[in-house]
Write a protein that binds this ligand. Sequence first.
Ligand code: 0PR
Length: 355
Amino acid sequence: MQRAEPQEFSRVLSSMCTEPHPTARAAAERFLATNPGDPGTYESVAALEREAVDLLGQVAGLPDPAGYVASGGTEANVQAVRIARNRASTRDPNVVAPASAHFSFRKAADILGVELRTAPLSEYRANLEAVVELVDDDTVLVVGVAGSTEYGRVDPIPALAELAADAGALCHVDAAWGGFVLPFSDHEWDFSDAPVDTMTIDPHKMGQAAVPAGGLLARGPELLDELAIDTPYLESTSQVTLTGTRSGAGVASAVAVMEELWPDGYEAQYRCSQANADWLAAELGSRGYDAVEPVLPIVAADLPDDRIAALRERGWRLSPTEAGEARVVCMPHVTRSMLREFVADVDDLADGRGA
Ligand code: 0PR
């Protein structure tokens, strides 16, 4: 039988994952057979996880962070909703999030039995008046997105955090994708900018760690304690994570790559990715395709549906936004020469040379 090979990254345009950094890959391999879910047995990876949380805290402006390395942004978002629900006393909890919030919040609402209220957007960001209208005495969590999945937009986090505090609710920031680019932009998004309570920030996206490595941060250990479950037969007596056995490879790779790249390497990557996004938006714009301004390194451009289909047939891994635009996420593997090839294919198809 022929050996299966992973896909190449040379035509992957819409993924939020990327090739792991070489340091991340090496560390992942070394720690494949470790389980941070059992820190009594796997001590060194448990120590690495504490380092991972400290490093994530540095990235997100939180000097003394609580948290853990999750399986991904979905788990981190589910757990943030769970913290807020468990902490509150209402019997009819609701979560208010912008319509741009990732679908993982719908999973959270379904699993946890909370009502998800989504506020309409203006200019791709949470509309504050709409959020105010939805918040009430039963609101346990207000969510802001810092780097939205489709358009890379950043919600007005300080205003949302203030609103949450006034309502006696927690404020969660979903920076799953944006967390490793935002420190170098002039957005207000992190724990030092606003009284944010919890945050999702994923090393396995822009952080260039191996999958799976998501991040959940909490302002203090008492918030994480809302998740604690007794674990009678393990050496550790309680567990806050959603999954039991977990990937030590993800944890080790996250630490290795953050130590290597934070902050200078990540800043260089952000500048390169942003320049690529600006270049692509300008190239497509000059050809008459409407491109949404890439505030962060994500380009959404209004290519005709049949053109997107034809590009896919040429091997480009390109997925549309809900509104139908072609969406290019300028991840580290998305180079300028790759984008030049892509634009050449767009031109070729526009010239009627078919699929
Ligand atoms: N929060 C935000 C803002 C996200 O964009 C995503 C994922 C999540 C949370 C959930 O993270 P996990 O997928 O780690 O649980 N956004 C991408 C999406 O759903 C995920 C993705 C990644 C999709 C790689 C495709 C792909 O190839 O579109």
